[in-house]
Design a protein around this ligand. Structure first.
Ligand code: TYD
Length: 204
């Protein structure tokens, strides 16, 4: 089973992905937790170019291609082999991030972005995607108390609003795969919802 987490900056995806991984491990599953962008040595380079190089102003199309290149390697060299090995893979961000950030945030042609983003999955679409839904301001203020700030986090508020709207639209388009979770609550309350949903799909 392949599970992904999505959401605006500071929505608590990483914390929830980790809690879910711990829960599934505890009940006896083999679980791999990973994230995008930045898996492996190729991904580390990509991540540095896309998110850390303050002096490099990337064209949105270059940015799109780099995120997708990172993903194709991640899927082929890491995620697919783990799934073939019978493991549950949980990924913090995946192709929906590209659809939303590059399509809605960077305003590239949405159909083109969708095509390239889907192609970068090498036909691996998640079984379930948890979309942690939180007002943009709440997420950004949570970021202030966290260490690492990337170029993307520094984008203006309007950019992040577009991201949130984009997520809402894709969730509407694919209600069977994308499960919206109210992330404006305590960590354990949010986890409880995710846990209940997943345990119905994966009997313990
Ligand atoms: P990261 O530091 O991993 O933070 P987060 O906790 O938000 O996941 O930053 C990744 C950033 O890259 C994040 O702002 C979303 C963005 N991104 C895209 O724009 N397109 C993509 O395809 C992916 C995977 C991420």
């Amino acid at each position: 089973m392949f599970i992904t987490f999505e959401g605006v900056e500071g929505s608590g995806k990483s914390t929830q992905a980790k809690l879910l991984a711990e829960l599934l491990t505890k009940i006896g599953h083999k679980v791999t937790l990973t994230r995008e962008p930045g898996w492996g040595s190729f991904g580390e380079l990509m991540r540095k170019i896309i998110l850390d190089e303050r002096d490099l102003e990337l064209d949105p199309f270059s940015e799109l291609c780099l995120f997708c290149a990172d993903r194709a390697q991640h899927v082929r060299d890491f995620i697919k082999p783990k799934l073939q090995n019978g493991e549950i893979v949980i990924c913090d961000r995946y192709f929906d991030s590209t659809v939303v950030y590059q399509g809605y945030g960077r305003k590239l042609d949405k159909r083109l972005v969708n095509k390239i983003a889907v192609a970068s999955t090498l036909d691996l679409i998640p079984d379930v995607t948890f979309l942690l839904n939180l007002p943009v301001r709440a997420g950004l203020s949570r970021l202030q108390t966290r260490g690492e700030i990337t170029k993307m986090d520094e984008e203006p508020l309007e950019f992040h609003e577009l991201i949130r709207q984009g997520y809402m639209l894709i969730a509407k388009r694919e209600p069977h795969r994308i499960k919206k979770i109210n992330a404006d609550r305590e960590i354990l309350e949010i986890h409880e919802d995710i846990k209940n949903f997943i345990l119905e799909l994966i009997p313990s």
